[in-house]
Write a protein that binds this ligand. Structure first.
Ligand code: B12
Ligand code: SF4
Ligand code: SF4
Length: 395
């Protein structure tokens, strides 16, 4: 089949499978590796070691290292926008889970459909062809390929933005050793003088554009990183700015005029929010998590993106949100969390109790200090009680 016809029929088939928009990129080497390497050298990726491994950096630069003979990349967008439930995010007693994580895991949903597309292409062309499906997890610069396939531009919030649909879409790739007519790259910057996302980011993670025009993020300050990827304690100065965001963050998309104007709810039923992840009351969510073991958590949240934070990580985040709410109604569950087997959970519940002006909270902290053996938890309790770290109550 000729490359132009092939491009048209692949796009039509991908549209039937629920993707849109769809573009084709050539398989040339990345033009932005200096930026990528500089970002890693500055440590802006934090604990996401998979982004820095030398072999995987080389694969990001050159797609041939992933699929020998690759000639084209089919880039699909999958729209996932969901409206917030009434009261969310303004009600501090409820947790906000990022839109992408309220339904089923997009990796599974998109992989099935992209594999179907690959099988269909293999049956359409009369020569044997190789293909590889990638959604998010491979060492590939997905957004660079998406902009080369004409899908949109890099906004100052670092998201790839489609000028007529906004940025609430996932990117999926199909690498093929087949020549397909590529789209024109998207070369404009439509942000203009707008700086809404830079002003709205509560933690100052967005640093604006560099001298080449690339948007820069310090991922170690981003709430999405802190609540999903980061495994240890959340830096104290970033806890209050997290507000009630307990998993991921959409603030820099919520304020973007393109997303505000064009986002419409996704038609994919698998992305419909599950009620327990759609603005859950913080107390209920904390009680549920405390009642689950690590294995119970994995079973209860199987197939959901929130699995990635793990039981400890999610409880840590919920404790921070309870502290930010600052209500006495959160004290009983935080006192229960102060006895959790995980020091990370105990430390964050101590911080949260320290922010709630209540005698029950103070008494719980004082009693725990008598038996607590973990140094970091003791530090959190002491600073929650507003004192220096006292001598250990245990030998
Ligand atoms: C690591 C990662 C993160 C990190 C770091 C985010 C970041 N901005 O880099 C954290 C955990 C913070 C994160 C958060 C989120 N992520 Co994320 N993440 C990724 C991942 C796995 C790698 C991104 C990466 O390599 N970053 C390093 C930077 C340097 O690379 P880059 O962002 O691609 O930037 C390029 C440009 O700067 C370009 N460039 C260089 N020079 C120039 C010059 C000019 C003029 C221009 C225009 C560009 C340009 O070069 C870079 C390399 O190509 C991708 C999937 C993938 N494999 O690409 C998903 C991905 C970017 N994430 C995604 C999503 C949905 C999110 C969240 C919205 C989730 C949430 N709600 O919490 C947030 C958004 C936060 C934000 N504002 O970025 C989507 C984005 C879809 C879209 N429309 O853009 C992706 C593509 C996953 C997917 N397959 O759909 N994420
Ligand atoms: S996702 Fe949230 S914390 Fe991260 S850059 Fe955007 S607004 Fe800032
Ligand atoms: S909020 Fe404004 S500056 Fe930020 S990405 Fe959207 S248009 Fe660009």
């Amino acid at each position: 089949m000729n490359p132009r016809l092939l491009s048209q029929s692949i796009k039509a088939r991908a549209g039937e499978l629920g993707f849109g928009p769809v573009g084709i990129a050539d398989a040339a080497r990345s033009r932005h590796m200096d930026l990528y390497r500089g970002w890693i050298e500055r440590g802006a990726h934090g604990e996401m070691a998979y982004l820095a491994r030398p072999g995987s950096v080389a694969r990001r630069e050159d797609l041939q290292r992933t699929l020998e003979g690759v000639r084209s990349v089919v880039v699909v967008a999958d729209q996932y926008f969901q409206e917030d439930p009434a009261g969310v995010p303004d009600d501090p007693s409820r947790g906000v889970i990022a839109r992408y994580a309220r339904g089923d895991d997009y990796h599974d949903v998109m992989k099935r459909r992209l594999e179907e597309l690959l099988t269909w292409i293999q049956s359409e062309v009369d020569i044997p062809i190789e293909g590889r499906v990638y959604i998010d997890t491979g060492p590939i610069l997905e957004r660079e390929l998406a902009s080369r396939a004409g899908l949109g531009w890099f906004g100052k919030n670092t998201m790839l933005i489609d000028p007529t649909r906004g940025s609430y879409f996932f990117v999926g790739l199909l690498l093929l050793d087949l020549e397909i007519e590529p789209n024109e790259p998207f070369t404009e910057d439509r942000c203009g003088t707008c700086t809404a996302c830079l002003e709205a980011c509560p933690t100052g993670a967005l640093l604006g554009r560099d001298e080449d025009g690339a948007p820069v993020i310090d991922a170690t300050r981003c709430i999405s990183y802190l609540t999903i990827e980061h495994r240890g304690p959340i830096p104290r100065e970033l806890r209050a700015p997290m507000g009630n965001r307990v998993y991921g963050c959409d603030i820099c998309q919520e304020v973007c005029p393109f997303s505000r104007k064009f986002s419409v709810p996704s038609k994919e039923p698998a992305y419909s929010p599950k009620s327990e992840l759609d603005g859950p009351p913080l107390v209920e969510l904390a009680e549920r998590l405390l009642s689950l073991s690590g294995r119970g958590f994995r079973r209860a949240f199987a197939g959901s993106p929130v699995l990635r934070a793990g039981r400890k990580g999610l409880l840590r985040n919920v404790c921070v949100a309870l502290g930010n709410w600052g209500s006495e109604a959160g004290v009983p569950v935080l006192v229960a969390a102060l006895g959790d087997p995980a020091p990370l959970v105990r430390a964050h519940s101590a911080w949260a109790l320290g922010r709630i002006d209540s005698s029950v909270a103070t008494e719980a902290l004082s009693s725990r200090l008598l038996v607590e053996e973990d140094g970091e938890v003791r530090d959190e309790i002491s600073s929650g009680l507003g004192s220096e770290r006292p001598a250990s109550g245990v030998s």
